[in-house]
Design a protein around this ligand. Structure first.
Ligand code: 0GY
Length: 316
C-alpha cells in the first residue's frame, strides 16, 4: 500500500469508511490538522524518515473532507517526507484553494523558494521537537528560518511533549510570529488538568497572546480510549476519549479565539487503535459546548489564520 516502500512493522492503516458524524458541522468548517503520505511511488518518502507509513493521497483526504462535512483543510507536512514539500504542494494545487499548508524547511531556504510555497498556499512552517520523529535542529537554525518567514506573515507550528516544555519555554516565548501548538503540547491526561504540568501550558498561553493551540488528537492522548466508560454504558450518554475532555474544554473556554481543531488523518504512528474519523468529529461538542465556541474553533479561527488574505479579497 506504499508503492515501493515497506511500511514500518505493526503500522496501523487509516480506516476506510468512517461513520457519518451526528454532529452538524457549521458552514465553512476547516480540518486544520491533517497530512498526505505519498503516494510513495509518486512522492518518495524521505531517506531520513523515522517511520514508513501507508499511502494516504490528496484525493483520499478530500473524500474524507466531504464525507465528514468539512469545507477546507490545513495540510501539515509530515516528518516522513522530511523537508521535501512536493507531495504537500501537489495536494494544495489539487485542492483548488480549499487547502492551506504548513511546510518543513531548512535554514538555507531561499526567498524565491518561500515565495513559491506561499503561492501554492503554504502559510506556516513546522518545528518538531518530538524525539521519536526527528533529530533535533539547533535553535539558531530555527531562528534563521523565523527571520525568513516573518515578512510573509507566516506562523510557526510547534510539536513537543509536555515534559519538554520547561526547557523550551523561553525559546518559544521569544519567537516573534504567531505560534500554533500541536495537540495541546501532548499533556499526560492521567495527570490533573489543574496540576503543575498542564498549568505550565496554560501559563504559556496566558503569557503569550501570539500562541494558539490545536485541541486535536484525543485518540493520541487518551488512555480511556474510544469506547464508553463502564459507568456510561446503558445511560444513553456514551462518549469517546472522555479523559481528554477536561483538558481540551478548559483551553477552548479560556482561549476561544486561539484554538483550532483537526482530524490528524491519516493518524501516523498510532499503536493501539485506529480511530473512526466520524467518531472523532462527534467528540467536538464535548469540548466546544456552544454553537459560538464551535464556530470559532472550526470556522472563524482557521479562516483568520489561513485565509485572511483571500477572504478579504473575496469580500471586497
Ligand atoms: C501528528 C503526530 C505524529 C506524527 C507527525 O509529522 C509527523 O510525522 O506529526 C506523531 O507521531 O505523534 O500530528 O500527526
Amino acid at each position: 500500500m506504499s508503492g515501493p516502500f515497506e511500511k514500518t512493522p505493526g503500522w496501523l492503516d487509516w480506516y476506510d469508511g468512517p461513520s457519518i458524524p451526528t454532529f452538524r458541522m457549521p458552514e465553512g468548517a476547516v480540518d486544520a490538522h491533517c497530512h498526505v503520505f505519498g503516494p510513495g511511488a509518486e512522492f518518495p518518502y524521505a531517506p531520513e524518515r523515522k517511520y514508513t507509513p501507508c499511502d494516504a493521497s490528496a484525493e483520499q483526504l478530500f473524500a474524507l473532507r466531504d464525507r465528514l462535512g468539512f469545507d477546507r483543510n490545513v495540510i501539515v507536512q509530515a516528518t516522513c517526507h522530511g523537508a521535501d514539500n512536493t507531495a504537500l504542494v501537489d495536494a494544495l494545487h489539487r485542492s483548488e484553494g480549499r487547502a492551506r499548508g504548513v511546510a518543513t524547511v531548512r535554514r538555507d531556504i531561499t526567498a524565491e523558494q518561500l515565495a513559491e510555497l506561499h503561492e501554492a498556499g503554504v502559510r506556516g512552517v513546522r518545528f518538531n521537537f518530538v524525539k521519536r520523529l526527528v533529530d533535533r535542529v539547533p535553535t539558531d537554525a530555527l531562528q534563521e528560518i523565523v527571520a525568513k518567514i516573518a515578512p510573509l506573515g507566516w506562523h510557526v507550528v510547534i510539536y513537543f511533549e509536555a515534559e519538554d516544555l520547561p526547557e523550551l519555554y523561553d525559546f518559544f516565548s521569544g519567537i516573534p510570529v504567531p505560534l500554533v501548538v500541536d495537540h495541546m503540547g501532548r499533556p499526560d491526561v492521567t495527570k490533573d488538568p489543574d496540576g503543575l504540568e498542564f498549568g505550565l501550558f496554560l501559563r504559556f498561553l496566558r503569557e503569550n497572546p501570539n500562541v494558539w493551540t490545536k485541541v486535536s488528537c484525543p485518540e493520541r492522548l487518551s488512555v480511556s480510549g474510544p469506547r464508553a466508560l463502564p459507568e456510561e454504558v446503558g445511560t444513553g450518554e456514551q462518549h469517546a476519549y472522555t479523559d481528554v475532555v477536561p483538558f481540551a474544554r478548559r483551553v477552548v473556554e479560556e482561549f476561544p479565539d486561539r484554538v483550532l481543531w483537526g482530524t490528524d488523518w491519516p493518524h501516523p504512528n498510532l499503536k493501539d487503535h485506529m480511530p473512526d474519523d466520524g467518531l472523532l468529529v462527534d467528540y467536538i461538542p464535548q469540548i466546544a459546548t456552544t454553537a459560538e465556541l464551535q464556530r470559532k474553533l472550526l470556522v472563524d479561527n482557521p479562516h483568520r489564520l489561513y485565509w485572511a488574505d483571500s477572504d478579504a479579497t473575496e469580500g471586497a
